[in-house]
Design a protein around this ligand. Structure first.
Ligand code: BDR
Ligand code: CA
Length: 316
């Protein structure tokens, strides 16, 4: 079985990605690294721990970095609170965690796992790329060890969601994202090109509520908060995009998407800040390291996601 590390800024769709990562037996989730992003690091780490306990899992949670590589602090954006709630998980309340956050730093855990598992390791970042870039800087060797980085971030064929060109995760730390994209890591970019096509509606969350379990109710509540926010902010009238779960889905089964292999870079200058784009200077390279997802088989992905989640939520 493949070993997976989730690097989450938990976040409603991160919470869904976490449940999906647990639910698929083809994957062994060896750890969760927390990132700042949808909320402060302290909060996202706590959210992951509480959700894991809700889902009856004993997976270690590590703290990543508290702010981007180009700043010395981080403030939660107002729009993040509107989309994900003040606590990041749709303002649902969960019992205080009984387990502790690991003492080892998340960046060191990533490096250690890369050496231990090599090509069997898949890293799935669904937040800023700050932690992974820091791991690469500390131990550049890992770019040749890791099997794949399947990340949610960026946009190639559509506009961004925080500016005309920038997607939120990349926008948090464009410098780190550029370091990751231009390293020799094998990357699959699951960006807005595909994630905006995979929507979840209240028809689906009603199925979780009907289960009558604690986790079914909690997941219905937190996802409905996100669906309402999408509606109220005019992002989508039909449902919410399950951005982060699609990255987990593609990590499990790459055939959920079709990809275009490109040498990618991230713009770090002010003009077009955080745009993910092909690097024309490297266009003739024989082995481009980034597979950009440009189409998704949503008729297969959404039902598969639902099936896995519903059977997990039925048992906790
Ligand atoms: C990404 O931004 C975050 O708010 C979501 O959790 C997702 O990872 C979408 O642009
Ligand atoms: Ca996220």
């Amino acid at each position: 079985t493949k070993k997976m590390i989730l690097d989450l800024d938990t976040g409603v769709d991160d919470a869904l990605a976490l449940a999906y990562g647990i639910a698929d037996p083809a994957i062994d989730l060896i750890g969760v690294v927390a990132s700042y992003g949808n909320n402060l690091l302290e909060q996202t780490a706590k959210n992951s721990l509480q959700l894991l306990e809700l889902l009856g899992q004993n997976v270690p949670v590590f703290k990543g970095l508290e702010h981007s590589s180009t700043s010395d602090h981080f403030n939660v954006m107002q729009v993040s609170k509107e989309i994900h709630g003040n606590n990041g998980i749709g303002d649902i309340s969960l019992p205080e965690p009984t387990h502790k956050i690991q003492a080892q730093a998340g960046v060191d855990f990533i490096i250690e796992a890369a050496h231990q598992y090599g090509k069997d390791l898949i890293i799935v970042p669904t937040g800023p790329l700050t932690n992974l870039a820091a791991a690469l800087r500390k131990d550049p060797q890992i770019s040749h060890l890791i099997g794949n980085v399947t990340l949610m971030g960026g946009a190639l064929t559509v506009e961004g969601n925080v500016s005309d060109v920038a997607e939120a995760n990349i926008n948090q730390d464009a410098k780190a994202a550029n370091e990751v994209f231009t390293s020799s890591l094998p990357i699959t970019m699951v960006g807005l090109d595909v994630t905006l096509r995979t929507l979840l509606t209240k028809k689906e969350t009603a199925k979780w509520r009907q289960l009558g379990t604690k986790s079914g109710t909690a997941y219905a509540d937190l996802t409905n908060f996100y669906i309402d926010a999408y509606y109220n902010l005019g992002i989508d009238k039909h449902g919410c995009a399950i951005h982060d779960p699609l990255a987990v889905g593609v990590a499990i089964d790459p055939t959920f998407v079709t990809t275009l292999a490109l040498p990618m870079k991230v713009i770090t200058e002010e003009h077009n800040y955080a745009r993910t784009i092909g690097d024309k200077m490297k266009l003739n390279t024989s082995h481009p390291n980034v597979n950009v997802a440009i189409n998704v088989d949503k008729e297969r992905f959404v039902p598969s996601f639902m099936e896995h989640l519903t059977s997990l939520l039925a048992n906790h």
